[in-house]
Design a protein around this ligand. Structure first.
Ligand code: SAM
Length: 303
C-alpha cells in the first residue's frame, strides 16, 4: 500500500486491498491514503466513509436514481430465498474458472460493476477460494446503500460508489474477472480495465424473465430487441466467447413476489403498501410459479 498517515485500524482495510488499482475519477491518477481520505497526485481528495467505502462520484451523476436501503434489503431477501441461486452458481463457476486461469503475478481482481449487495461478487470469490485461488473483490455501485451492504459482507471486499456511465475509477488492464449482472453496461470501459486474459461476465434478463409477475406487479419488461442491442454494444469493444441461456421456475410466496418488485425500478413509482397489495392479490396465501430466464455471456478482450 502506498504512503499512509492513517493509523486507525479497520476503516481503511477494505480500501487497502484495492488501492493499487483505484484511480482518481477526475484525472485518472493513482491514490495515496492521507488521513481518512484518498488523495491523488493532483490533490483531488475523496473521504473514506466511516463505514469503510469510498465515494468516487464526481458530483455529475445527480440525476441518476440510486438504489435505496429498502431496495437493497428487498434484494437481499430475494437472494436469501434462493430465487437466483442457479444464476449465482453459474456466474460463480465461470468467474472462478477465469480466476484460476488468470495470469500469475498479482492477486487477481474481481470487479463487480453495479454490484448491488455483492451476492455475485462474493460467490465468485468463494468459488475461487474453493478451487485454491486467492482473489480480491471490488464492488462498484452508484448507491451508497449498496456500498454499505458491500462492506458488511464476507468475504471482505472493497466498496466504491461511482457512476458506470462516467467511467470506472480503476486502472487499465487490471481486472481478471468483471461482473456485469443486471446492471448498466459501459462496454468501452469494461474493455479498458480488463486484463489481456481477463473475462467479462454479463448476465442479462431474457424476454420471459419473471414473465408471470411483470404486468401484475407493474414491472418493466424486457423487449425482444434487447439481445441485438446488447450484442451491438458489446461487439464494438469486446469479443463474445460464449453465451448460454439459463431458464428455470421457482415457486414463491407473496412476500418474495413483493421483494422482486421492490428491489427494482417499480420501487421508484409504487410505495411498499401498493407493492404488497399487488403481490397478495397475485399470490394470496399460496405461491406463484415464476420463470427466471437469463443469458450469461462471457467475453474476452478483442484481438
Ligand atoms: C438490478 S441491480 C443488480 C445488482 C446486482 N448485480 C445483483 O444482481 O444482485 C442494478 C445495480 O446497478 C446499480 N446502478 C444503476 N445505475 C448505475 C450506474 N450508473 N453506475 C453504477 N451502478 C449503477 C444499482 O444501484 C443497482 O445496485
Amino acid at each position: 500500500m502506498p504512503h499512509s498517515r492513517d493509523a486507525r485500524p479497520g476503516r481503511l482495510d477494505g480500501i487497502a486491498q484495492a488501492l493499487d488499482v483505484l484511480r482518481c475519477p477526475v484525472c485518472g491518477e493513482p491514490f495515496d491514503v492521507v488521513g481518512g481520505s484518498l488523495r491523488c497526485g493532483a490533490a483531488h481528495s475523496f473521504d473514506v466513509a466511516r463505514q469503510g467505502y469510498v465515494s468516487l462520484l464526481d458530483g455529475r451523476s445527480g440525476a441518476l436514481r440510486a438504489d435505496t436501503a429498502d431496495m437493497v434489503a428487498a434484494r437481499d431477501r430475494v437472494h436469501s430465498a434462493g430465487v437466483f441461486d442457479p444464476v449465482v452458481d453459474a456466474a460463480a463457476q465461470v468467474g472462478a474458472v477465469a480466476i484460476v486461469g488468470a495470469h500469475p503475478g498479482r492477486r487477481p481482481l474481481v470487479l463487480d460493476a453495479g454490484a448491488g449487495g455483492g451476492h455475485y461478487l462474493r460467490a465468485v470469490l468463494r468459488e475461487a477460494a474453493d478451487r485454491g485461488a486467492d482473489a480480491r473483490g471490488l464492488g462498484i455501485d452508484l448507491s451508497r446503500q449498496c456500498a454499505r451492504a458491500l462492506v458488511r459482507g464476507e468475504p471482505a471486499v472493497t466498496a466504491v460508489t461511482a457512476d458506470i456511465w462516467r467511467g470506472l475509477p480503476v486502472a487499465d488492464d487490471c481486472v481478471a474477472v468483471l461482473l456485469s449482472i443486471f446492471s448498466p453496461r459501459n462496454a468501452a470501459e469494461f474493455a479498458r480495465v480488463l486484463s489481456p486474459d481477463g473475462r467479462l461476465i454479463v448476465v442479462r434478463p431474457l424476454p420471459g424473465h419473471l414473465g408471470e409477475i411483470i404486468a401484475p406487479m407493474h414491472m418493466l419488461s424486457v423487449d425482444d430487441a434487447k439481445t441485438a442491442r446488447v450484442h451491438a454494444a458489446l461487439d464494438d469493444h469486446v469479443e463474445v466467447l460464449v453465451e448460454n441461456e439459463l431458464t428455470y421456475s421457482v415457486r414463491i410466496p407473496a412476500p418474495v413476489v413483493a421483494d422482486l418488485a421492490g428491489m427494482g425500478p417499480s420501487a421508484f413509482h409504487l410505495d411498499a403498501g401498493q407493492i404488497d397489495a399487488l403481490a397478495h392479490a397475485l399470490a394470496g396465501d399460496g405461491v406463484v410459479e415464476v420463470t427466471v430466464s437469463v443469458a450469461i455471456t462471457v467475453c474476452g478482450r478483442s484481438a
